[in-house]
Design a binder for this molecule. Structure first.
Ligand code: SAM
Length: 239
């Protein structure tokens, strides 16, 4: 998978050079390229923003640098992800969907966002996705691009040493993960649930499933499918 990130703060993407991309790069699974949008701005100050038509506070990212960047990078055949609080909420299902793409181009907004025509024009040449990290406003799209990249890359086949650990994770089966424990069996007066020491794989699987359902019902009742039996589980939303 090739990932291009367009940003006016390329240094913000430095974590991609660390363990995640490093590991994936070593394995030849991903090719990450971070680009400074300002290289496609041609005035003395490399301006990428201007005042909004119609008035209002703040600045809007100009279309020309984005258009030139897309032309030079060639977005045809890629999925262009615009990070925006107005986008589709990012979930594990969206991550899994994106993990099947051969090429993702992230467009990281700043200021009050990107001129709408950039998205409209890109959509005539590529798949465009508008994705939100959550219902809050960040200063820029870089943190969202980092989070999305991390969630997507670990789903690329061959990235995780043990693919089974992916299957059991929170959100993969619509449930949050059950609590996990390691050695020692007793620690500061807290014991590991005896069933996990029993060696009875059926009982362990049943206990984990019950814990996952209970935890999901208590913390995220919105995630529980109506077909999941919830007898005896107290439902209270997380504050
Ligand atoms: N005026 C915009 C609005 O109200 O929707 C917010 C602009 S925000 C200050 C600047 C940039 O940060 C956005 O263009 C977007 O790229 C990014 N951003 C902010 N919040 C985000 C979120 N929740 N998810 C993804 N990107 C976000």
């Amino acid at each position: 998978m090739r990932i291009d990130v367009l940003t006016i703060f390329p240094e913000y993407l430095a974590p991609l050079e660390l363990s995640l991309a490093g590991k994936a790069r070593e394995k030849g699974l991903i090719d990450v390229r971070v680009h400074d949008l300002r290289q496609w701005a041609h005035d003395k100050h490399r301006t990428v923003d201007d005042t909004p038509y119609g008035g209002g506070a703040g600045m809007v990212m100009k279309p020309e640098p984005w258009g030139e960047a897309f032309d030079e990078l060639g977005i045809e055949g890629a999925t262009v992800v615009f990070t925006t609080p107005s986008g589709q909420p990012f979930t594990q299902a969206v991550a899994r969907d994106l993990a099947s793409r051969e090429r993702i181009v992230f467009a990281c907004g700043r200021y009050e966002g990107i001129d709408q025509r950039v998205l409209d024009e890109a959509a005539t040449r590529a798949e465009v996705r508008e994705i939100s990290l959550g219902d809050y406003v960040l200063n820029g799209g870089e943190v969202a691009a980092l989070a999305i990249t991390e969630a997507v890359v670990r789903l690329v086949p061959g990235f995780m040493g043990n693919a089974e650990s992916l299957v059991e994770e929170s959100h993969e089966d619509g449930l949050l993960e059950y609590p996990v424990y390691t050695k020692p069996a007793a620690w500061r007066g807290h014991d590991v649930p005896p069933v996990l020491l029993s060696g009875d794989h059926g009982a362990i699987a049943a206990w984990r499933r019950e814990q996952a359902v209970r935890r999901t019902a208590q913390r995220r009742p919105d995630l529980v499918h109506p077909s999941v039996p919830l007898e005896g589980v107290e439902i209270r939303p997380v504050q």
